[in-house]
Design a protein around this ligand. Structure first.
Ligand code: ADP
Length: 478
């Protein structure tokens, strides 16, 4: 290339370029170097050890280079003519055969400032996170003590109290305290997971017994609400596995409680299937299927975010903090798995997740895992309750469900168990969703009386609703 072109290029580039000889004297400096260093003349006048004192040292006879290895990009302090300095990012190349150096770099003032600001804000964020998680830990701990105090005293009172009305109030206090403890636990778990301070406690456990325990936890509640509950564990699942049993129970409890909360007719299915095996590990696939209200497509992405509830009116009605699914997702991921949801509004939701667990090499495990699953057995898995027809007013299933729920509602009103009455009222309202206007408004009146806990008015409204229904369809309710 012609010299004048090279010269033009060197004077136009945005990097400074300095050459020096074996004793450090500058032999060439491009225009950028001149302007950055604020010298009128550099060549022959200045030594590179004055410009870069941290990387060059002038010995008596020759220049000594103390910087990073050749070709590596690094920061160096670069001194101007007035002895002020600024950071330069660049590299130093020794010109073999000539005993000289070439220094190239650009003004990195902006870069250094930004990274310092970034570092500072990172420290601030870390500090704020620490304060927050300590605060959450303290507050939740402080809350737990009075809640348990109330709980203990309510229980003592319950032992000596005989008046059913007062006992009912005590039961509600008990219930409230249990809810409060559940919320406190959720907040604690969330803050630990969020701060990355959560560890799993892995132990050997019998998974079928765990599932039975979970089933027993929920069965009564489900049955009382008139929901079917189907639990299926695939026969080829090992008897014992190694994992965090308590946290698995927590995940299942959360999904089943949600299924219960958002389902008024039909049922809930819990299934466990073995889906893969790699050496001593198996992949367990869990499905929680409900025939509840379902979730709109737009809300599904938000579902696993913290503090997210699909609909504020739903959360007022059903309670909850919106932390459950976020915690569940994080726990599943700690177990090397993932969680998914499929749902159709008005028809129901299926939450599925998989986790990996270790399988101890025992004779018992070997035997169960070798169980061959017949195609019929496998087809019986992954089938939902499919009782969605009941939701359509006027169908036979709908009439049957209405009969069931109405008689349970009447019973609860008679016994003045208002909590249960409200629950059955919800179910009835779900079943009346598609009913004609007069029937829906009779339903609404009944709901209001039930909410007020007014027995007489409730009975009256109940009779009116049943009458209106009888005019519409053949219903066998007394
Ligand atoms: P919360 O602790 O408030 O129940 P979750 O994180 O468990 O919070 O659930 C968040 C929201 O997701 C619920 O408020 C509800 O709107 C929706 N949701 C969760 N499970 C179901 C389900 N089985 N059917 C319908 N909606 C659900």
């Amino acid at each position: 290339m012609q010299d004048h072109i090279v010269q033009k290029a060197l004077d136009t580039i945005q990097e400074m370029l300095i050459l020096c000889d074996s004793i450090g004297r500058v032999t060439y400096a491009n225009a950028k170097a001149m302007s950055l260093l604020e010298y009128d003349k550099l060549v022959g006048r200045v030594n590179v050890s004055d410009i870069f004192p941290n990387i060059f040292e002038k010995n008596e006879k020759r220049l000594v280079y103390k910087g990073e290895p050749e070709d590596s990009l690094f920061f160096m302090d670069c001194y101007r003519s007035n002895q002020t300095y600024f950071p330069v990012k660049g590299h130093v190349i020794s010109l073999t055969g000539e005993d000289a150096y070439m220094i190239m770099g650009y003004d990195a003032t902006d870069e250094v400032l930004l990274s310092k600001m970034g570092e500072k804000s990172k420290q601030e964020v870390e500090q704020a996170e620490k304060v927050r998680s300590e605060f959450v830990a303290n507050v939740t701990h402080e809350l737990r003590t009075p809640v348990n105090g109330i709980l203990g005293n309510a229980r003592r009172l319950d032992e000596i109290e005989t008046d059913p009305k007062k006992k009912e109030i005590l039961r509600l206090i008990n219930h409230g305290c249990a809810d409060m403890n559940a919320i406190i636990n959720n907040i604690l778990d969330f803050s630990k997971l969020d701060a990355g301070k959560f560890t799993l406690e892995e132990r050997e456990f019998r998974i079928r017994e765990t599932i039975e325990y979970v089933e027993a936890n929920h069965r009564t509640k489900f049955t009382e609400k008139g929901l079917e509950f189907l639990v299926r564990v695939s026969p080829d699942i090992p008897e014992t596995v190694v994992g965090d049993e308590l946290r698995l129970v927590q995940i299942l409890n959360n999904l089943l409680s949600n299924a219960y909360k958002f389902t008024t007719v039909g049922g809930i299915v819990l299934e466990v299937i073995k889906t893969a095996q790699v050496e001593d590990k198996v992949e367990l696939f869990f499905l929680v299927i409900d025939s509840g209200i379902g979730i709109e497509k737009e809300s599904m992405d938000k579902l696993f975010q913290s503090f997210s509830q699909v609909d504020a009116s739903i959360s007022r009605k059903f309670g909850g903090t919106g932390l459950g699914l976020n915690i569940t997702k994080q726990l599943v991921e700690l177990m090397n798995g993932s969680i998914h949801v499929e749902s159709e509004p008005g028809k129901g939701s299926t939450f599925s997740f998989h986790i990996w667990v270790d399988v101890p090499r025992t004779e018992e495990n070997r035997r169960t895992m070798e169980t061959v699953i017949t195609p019929e057995q496998s087809a019986s898995f992954a089938v939902g309750p499919g009782n969605t027809n009941a939701l359509h007013f006027g169908t036979e299933e709908n009439a049957r469900e209405l009969e069931k729920k109405l008689s349970k509602l009447a019973l609860s009103v008679e016994m003045e168990n208002w909590e249960k009455a409200e629950m059955f009222m919800e179910a009835v309202r779900g079943l009346l969703e598609e009913a004609p206007r007069e029937i829906k408004s009779a339903g609404l009146k009944l709901k209001m009386s039930v909410q007020k806990g007014n027995m007489e008015k409730s009975m009256e409204a109940y009779d009116k609703l049943v009458q209106a229904l009888k005019e519409q369809m053949e219903l066998e309710v007394s």
